[in-house]
Design a protein. Sequence first.
Length: 330
Amino acid sequence: MTALYRRAVAAFGPEVPGLLGFLALVLLVFGVAAPRFLTGANFGSVAFQLPELGLLTLAMLMPIISGGFNLAIIYTANMAGLTLAYVLNQYGGVDAGIWPFIVGTVLALGVGALSGAVMGAVIAYIGAHPILVSLAMMIFLRGLGEFLTKGGDISGFPQWMAVLGHGTVWGIPVPLILFLACAVVWHIILNRTRHGFSVRMVGSNIRAAAYSGIHTKRTLVLIYTLSGVMCAVAGILMLSRFNSVRVGHGEALLLVTVLACFLGGVDPFGGFGRVLPVVIALIVLQVLSSGLNLLGANQHLSTAVWGLFLVGVMILRWGAERLSERKKRS
């Protein structure tokens, strides 16, 4: 049993048992406090709400592991959604067929990739700080989006697109399937490919990575390109869920993606992070938000609780590091 536990920890991370235990505690507390919490309807609602935040968190994950940051994830997603919306409106709007959707999706993914590639190139070849570069891209995309939409919404899409945002397959929400598929792809990239190894090396020590033969500049460009692609997937999902696109959709989720990464054990200084603990952290945050809503708490209270979570995680990490140092000394 001990050997199996050690293998599981080595494969999925030491954070997983603690996160699962905390998730069980949250379920127990809210299950007692809110009668409607442990119901299929509530868990179905959580399953539909989680993927949007989850995809954006995956977009944030790889830059943070590399020691960087991507503040432009929300507006990259919005611009990708606007790209798809424009193509659909040009080819029939509510009467658009599958081919305009495919073309628009490819273009939306291209917009996300281009946004990320530009950021990655500036960070890699000019040496600018990732926060400043992504902040500049965020401001640019926001201004461009507001200029193109004049600050309004774009709506009027085919009815069949609702399946992507609200449909189910064998009772499982389609958005959740999409998110889990993307999470598996991210896990494979980070743990089974040369690029994933390079991401961690760059995050640990970029100079040592360069001396060891890793093409750090190319790695950085690819990191932010993939982040942009994941943003585009999130933007397409948001379009299908809300049946509209507006610059600023999901603004409140930016800092929550960072919280989910840190709660999932990602090192804020780069070099370490796994997908599974982050996914569990996302479930914890979404379940916590759902429980507070059922108790009648204000939505802003959920945001405040998430902020306290981040402070608590930092304190716990500090305590764990001190305890580990004492054990080594003794």
